[in-house]
Design a protein around this ligand. Structure first.
Ligand SMILES: [Zn+2]
Length: 71
């Protein structure tokens, strides 16, 4: 049974979700924060972003040195 509020998948016999949504009364519950919902995606792309940042830093550093070089 998928919770309509937070999107968690619960056992079919579950009466309440982890977010406190009541399946019988169809009330309550707190939606998952956006960052938690996309945490897996973030975990996957964060190393790529980090690598890009480091690369950009090195590229910028090299450019600045090249500009600052009087010779
Ligand atoms: Zn829920």
């Amino acid at each position: 049974m998928k919770c309509p509020v937070c999107g968690r998948v619960n056992p079919p016999k579950a009466k309440k979700c982890d977010c406190a949504y009541d399946f019988d009364a169809r009330t309550g519950g707190v939606p998952l924060p956006l960052w938690k919902r996309y945490r897996t995606v973030l975990l996957f792309i964060s190393p790529i972003i980090l690598a890009l940042l480091v690369w950009a830093l090195f590229a910028l550093n090299g450019k600045l040195k090249w500009i600052g070089d009087p010779g």
